[in-house]
Write a protein that binds this ligand. Structure first.
Ligand SMILES: [Fe+2]
Ligand SMILES: [Fe+2]
Length: 319
């Protein structure tokens, strides 16, 4: 049994190949052992008839409950259980990917725009905020859900472009591919959380499709032309996100938005207590946005120094 502990500020993550301890959860990963040990792999080479015998697919039907469905390819889903014996129900993330958000992060940090490019990035974001304010007004739950569909785009585009750059230049990325893809995944988890408390209407879905089409292509082009501008713009977008979530918290505190129980997915992802509420969720999401802000301003600064991202170790796991 191997145990690795990584520490970042007030955040500690425990990762383990066989047992993961997080949030007082201990999770056994049955499938992983088989994966590394080759047990499952070797089964994929078995003749189908042998496998059929093994899984009890006899003509008499047998006891259906005792039958296992074994893929012809030997790809079995890993079985993960919590300490209390209940099943880990999320396939989209695993216990070792969960973390406690560092809510002590400075929320007021701001990069003052000085260069022409910085000012352009800053005012692009400020301009984009205007129609957002008009459209959503004070519906912060809905606003958060919709904006997260956009927020998860830059990390994926940046990560993808760095991935291709690494391939065509035969060079390492310094961890930046992983860091940016992690950011995209983290933002997508924000969306998976908020869609539990705010359901999108048909015209909002249509808007997301349109905005995604435009924003993906615009950011893709922007990153190709000037990654320093692209990262700076995301840095400012994250500053705005922090502001929006602060307003969200104010509305919750005033009672204008009901402080409902936190969705189960959020409790597991951020290792929140079982009685956590929407307010707790907004607090940890806001902390994530502050981390994204820092990573993107940092990435832009690296470019400003005339360096490439790969020359500086990426802040992997920083969110
Ligand atoms: Fe987000
Ligand atoms: Fe963010």
């Amino acid at each position: 049994m191997t145990m690795m502990m990584m520490s970042r500020g007030g955040t500690k993550r425990v990762a383990n190949t066989a047992v993961s301890v997080a949030k007082g959860l201990s999770c056994e990963v049955g499938g992983l052992k088989a994966f590394y040990g080759g047990g499952v792999r070797s089964e994929s080479t078995m003749a189908l008839s042998e496998k059929e015998k093994k899984v009890g697919l006899s003509s008499d039907g047998g006891n259906k409950e005792q039958k296992e469905i074994v893929s012809y390819w030997g790809v079995e889903p890993s079985k993960i259980t919590k300490l209390d014996g209940t099943e880990w129900k999320w396939n989209c993330f695993r216990p070792w990917e969960t973390y406690k958000a560092d809510v002590s992060i400075d929320l007021k940090k701001h990069h003052p725009p000085t260069t022409f490019l910085d000012k352009m990035a800053f005012w692009t974001v400020k301009t984009l905020r205007y129609p957002t304010d008009v459209f959503f007004q004070r519906q912060y739950g809905c606003r958060a859900m919709m904006l997260e569909t956009v927020a998860a785009v830059p990390g994926m585009v940046g990560g993808m472009l760095l991935h291709f750059k690494s391939l065509r230049r035969f060079e390492q990325s310094g961890g930046w591919i992983k860091a940016l893809l992690e950011e995209a995944e983290n933002e997508r988890m924000h969306l998976m959380t908020f869609m539990e408390v705010a359901k999108p209407k048909w015209y909002e879905r249509a808007l997301v499709i349109t905005v995604q089409g435009v924003f993906f292509n615009a950011y893709f082009l922007g990153y190709m032309i000037s990654p320093k501008f692209a990262h700076r713009m995301v840095g400012y977008l994250e500053e705005e996100a922090i502001h929006s979530y602060t307003e969200f918290l104010k509305e919750l505190d005033k009672g204008n938005i009901q402080n409902v129980p936190a969705p189960a997915i959020a409790i597991d992802y951020w290792q929140l207590p079982p009685d956590a509420t929407l307010r707790d969720v907004v607090m940890v999401v806001r902390a994530d946005e502050a981390h994204h802000r820092d990573v993107n301003h940092f990435a832009s600064d690296i470019h400003y120094q005339g360096r490439e991202l790969r020359e500086t170790a990426a802040p992997i796991g920083y969110h």
